[in-house]
Design a protein around this ligand. Sequence first.
Ligand code: NAD
Length: 370
Amino acid sequence: MATTKHILLLAGDGIGPEVVGETVKVINWFSQNTATQFTASTALIGGAAYDAKGTPFPDETLEAAKKSDAVLLGAVGGPKWESLPIASRPEKGLLGIRKELGLFANLRPAICFDALADASSLKRDIVAGLDIMIVRELTGGIYFGQPRGVETLPDGTRRGINTEVYTSPEVERIARVAFDLAAKRGGRVCSVDKANVLECTEMWREEVIKVHKASYGKIELSHMYVDNAAMQLVRNPRQFDVLVTTNMFGDILSDIASMLTGSLGMLPSASLGVSGTPGVYEPVHGSAPDIAGKNLANPIATILSFAMMLRYSFNLKNEADLLEATVRKVLEKGLRTGDIMQDGMKKVSTTEMGDAIVSELQKTALQKAV
Ligand code: NAD
């Protein structure tokens, strides 16, 4: 009997509807050609939700997300909503869904497709074949810790305060995500901290070691200070398999890693909560107002986010492998959207890239049953 998975589509603003639209073509292909049926519904988020409902994260969107098996999100934001009060801005929709679903683990893979190795700011021999995963803790740490704020002291000087806070269960659950991922990949985890200076991350390191000892003896665990990790990511990024780190360190390191791979238009991500909670899958890029509505956006980051959904929410490894290999093939054939265009390659639109990926999936399926 075919299994059915329900996906909530939150297209959002700017290029969001365009890149999600191309991904829907891919989802439909998988639904028609594999053992899993995918159904989809849509809801509003971001500026589009504000315009229609007066809030960037309507209650019905949260209800629809909770009922789904996974959420595919495009992007939110744009100049139209920039002058709104912070609570009404489109970005509040993103923070809202992450908070309400308790999505504490942010997975950001950095994969360098061979065909695009020359688009990286680093030399080809450093990035070719790169395939690393950064696991960032998303709901704790200094971005949420109390006390926080800015105060004026009696002598008139000002003092700004933020607090790095983690509890042992918060560290344990993110460490488990990293070890479980490593078990499905290269079997290695590097935990990144600043244990030489920050007591909170010294505790982080001790808790990661405890989880490792108790349950993950087969995984190789190493530790690295964040300053060294930043350097190693640009010196020799292929030494890593899975990196796990705090909210702020992960924010910075994942942006460094993203630049190793060429373009924003190629980068998928996943945000996951406790087992049974729907994960949210989205491209790393924003709503790109400069190219919105022009059929110029690269849909690959969103299509690869669906590949992550297949792998991590639905445990469909073969299907995820097929989709990633298909994207690789299309790039090897020389098709490029504007953001990844290179000399001698064929420039295609958003819709042409989506169609090319579906037609390549079809060809592969004819050669070999999925
Ligand atoms: P952006 O990621 O939207 O765009 C940065 C640059 O990259 C632009 O030149 C854009 O054209 C290009 N680009 C981005 N995605 C692309 C794609 N798929 N294909 C081709 N080119 C692409 O970042 P920004 O310009 O700083 O922000 C624009 C809006 O998006 C802002 O309102 C911002 O708040 C919002 N934003 C949203 C998210 C999100 O939804 N997760 C993330 C970042 C920014």
